[in-house]
Design a protein around this ligand. Sequence first.
Ligand code: NZQ
Ligand code: ZN
Length: 387
Amino acid sequence: MQNFDYQTPTRLVFGENAIEKLPAALAALGKRVLLTYGGGSIKKSGLYDHVKKLLKDFEITELSGIQPNPRYNPSVLDGVRLCKEHKIEVILSVGGGSVLDCSKAIAAGACYEGDPWDLISYKVKTKAALPIVDILTLAATGSEYDSGGVISRTETNDKVGYMDPLLFPVCSILDPRYTFTVPPKQTAAGCADAMNHILEQYFCEDATLMNDGFCEAGLKSLMVNTRACLANPEDYRARAEMMFACTLACNGILSLGNSESGWPMHGIEHALSGYYDITHGEGLAIITPRWMRHILSDRTLPRFVKYGVNVFGIDPALPEKEIADKAIDATYAFFESIGIPMHLREVGIDDSRIGEMAHHIAVNEGLENAYVPLSEKDIRDILVASL
Ligand code: NZQ
Ligand code: ZN
């Protein structure tokens, strides 16, 4: 078992009417608020009006239009400018992972005099950030309980992960009812993203029995509850369990004491959504079974056997290689069954830039240090198999 040093400072307020605690949570942090949100789902659902009403005693400045795969330019830059102009004291992010990730970069940029990209690219260490409170409307990324964000810079096809302990939200308001309106495509993609977060931690060299149990339970919960959410989008219990699993899946708690895995599938997917602006969870679902097939070997076989038996209930008496093959097939079949397009061509990616992307990933993602090291050729083979 590996050493670790762990702290998550984020307060989670979970359940129906969690929003009643919002005004007090914000008031403890300041009066001048930057309200960040996306393309309008919160206006359609009525959440925007509700928030405005609750915050009538605060001074609110708004940043709207934050896109999926949030952009450095204009969203991060505009947000930083607004924070400085209006002397913002706290950011309130209302939306999915993209709004929250963007808000994290804004929070740090607002406390820095230079170009915020210096912080995102780790050229300069983050020394301060505004506090963030969020109201989550989409169960997927786990950004509500982690210290990271992912920012896209379209002119260079970069999609960069940015983490710092100062970026943990202070408080996350998690009311599963706000996810009732999430469309099937995003519900399925959110499930694939969270399942992948768990798989990225499960497939490693040295894992504890306790973590394996948490991971296997998380994967099963996500599969059962996503099916239920798709069948009935207003199934409170299913939306709640899905949100809970997504929140826990990405903050590192499921791999405390495990060896590092290097998060190879995320390394590959971030290039896909950086180059082609696809939905992150869909890209991951496409890559996952191909990555699994690529790394299956005598060394990794025991992990696949455990995964197949404990997550999919495959007969442990079967030959080990057969269990592993069935587990990979079952992973593919599950994603396909919830409506995810399972080929890159179906999401608009052909073979024309595969070599360029493989090179970009090999240079930028450090996957030669992953659980199973991946060279540029390995990455290209996985991408070609995903076409
Ligand atoms: O913009 P609006 O109008 O709000 O619509 C959004 C958006 O179009 C919509 N949506 C959100 N809540 C809704 C809703 N529609 C109806 N009802 C609701 N309640 O859903 C669309 C997608 O939203 P987005 O925030 O992009 O999705 P998600 O939460 O999956 O976030 C994806 C981003 O997070 C990054 C991804 O790379 C991607 O950029 N990630 C962040 C991570 C982190 N911070 O730890 C880890 C992940 O691995 C991931 O990389
Ligand atoms: Zn992810």
